[in-house]
Design a protein around this ligand. Structure first.
Ligand code: ADP
Ligand code: MG
Length: 263
């Protein structure tokens, strides 16, 4: 029987170095519309270094949009988003640099179809981080090993299962040495038997102290890995609580209704 909670405090990312807790991701009074549709309503959210946040809520509540604003895949109408204390740049080199610090894994497998698994992982470190090829390949092989797909390095994405592809997508994001990882329903397009191999990698990342924002319907993962659950409905954060509190004592009717449907 696995514990519902990870042992705290977590291991520092660099052994021997103590990091003070500080906000890595901060959304302050964020609002966003798509035309007449008000999709994010006064979102205030802080994710501290090493924290694992799980975002849940009904479909259409704005979870993906909120997640996408964090690396500016979506613009916002008002409010401020800070990554590691710095406001999100609008464009250009600064935005590219900041994006490199925010890793993202989506629901659909988004590997480059015409590149090998190894090339998928080395491409951005070489291009954006100006890593030399040998260094990038060593790092890629190390990361592919950690997610259990090193033996697939020279294959094309289509030769891998969905679960393997999602693990490559995680390795590819990690190769940029991100400060925070965003996951938007990374297991919801997978065959059921492949869900756990991806969740296990995410749990391992959480244990290592990675700062994570995870949108997921996998409540087992949420209970096991989350420090905090954020519940969204209709573009608002309605609840924010420790997993046990959220699952045992939801405060709002919306959350009670949501939990009654998924548990
Ligand atoms: P969730 O991830 O919680 O299911 P989304 O953030 O995907 O919710 O969507 C929130 C709302 O915004 C939904 O009503 C959705 O239809 C709408 N929406 C999302 N993306 C766009 C877009 N690019 N253009 C217009 N409407 C959008
Ligand atoms: Mg979504």
């Amino acid at each position: 029987e696995e514990s519902n909670d990870l042992s705290r405090p977590k291991a520092p990312l660099v052994p021997g170095v103590e990091y003070p807790d500080h906000p890595l991701v901060e959304l302050t009074h964020v609002d966003k519309h798509f035309g007449d549709l008000h999709v994010l309503k006064d979102i205030n959210l802080t994710v501290n270094k090493g924290e694992v946040l799980v975002v849940v809520g009904p479909s259409g509540s704005g979870k993906s949009t909120m997640c996408r604003t964090i690396n500016r895949l979506e613009t916002i109408d008002s409010g401020v988003i800070r990554i590691d204390g710095k406001p999100l740049p609008q464009e250009g080199k600064e935005l590219a640099e900041l994006r490199a610090e925010v890793g993202m894994v989506f629901q659909s497998f988004n590997l480059f179809a015409n590149k090998t698994i190894l090339e998928n992982v080395t491409l951005a470190p070489i291009k954006v981080r100006h890593m030399d090829r040998k260094e990038a390949e060593d790092l890629a092989m190390d990361l592919l090993g950690r997610v259990g797909v090193a033996s697939q390095a020279n294959k094309m994405p289509s030769q891998l299962s969905g679960g393997q592809q999602q693990r490559v997508a995680i390795a590819r994001a990690l190769a940029m040495r991100p400060k925070v990882m965003l996951f938007d329903e990374p297991t919801s397009a997978l065959d059921p038997e492949m869900v756990n191999e991806v969740l296990d990698v995410m749990v391992e990342l959480a244990r290592e102290g990675m700062t994570m924002v995870c949108i997921t319907h996998e409540m087992g993962f949420a209970r096991k890995a989350a420090d905090r659950i954020v519940f969204m409905a209709d573009g608002r954060i309605l609840e924010e609580n420790a997993p046990d509190e959220f699952f045992e004592h939801p405060q709002t009717d919306r959350a009670k209704d949501f939990l009654s449907k998924i548990l």
